[in-house]
Write a protein of this length. Structure first.
Length: 65
């Protein structure tokens, strides 16, 4: 849900989110559909591309690198 909200807020399509993050379009689409869960390595790339925190357990003030 966080990924969808951030993509919508930034006007990013699945294709653009995929291109910017290096995560395949299929994986981005499956995550958005709730068909798959991301592991830490997969979620780190969209965090960098969107410059936002997507991992729910991350401490506030500890941004992605």
């Amino acid at each position: 849900m966080r990924l969808r909200r951030l993509m919508d807020a930034r006007g990013r399509s699945v294709a653009e989110a995929s291109r910017r993050s290096g995560v395949s379009r299929m994986t981005v689409a499956q995550v958005l559909d709730g068909a798959v869960w991301c592991d830490l390595l997969t979620i780190a790339n969209p965090e960098k591309a969107l410059e936002a925190d997507l991992w729910p357990a991350r401490e506030p003030g500890n941004p992605p690198r």
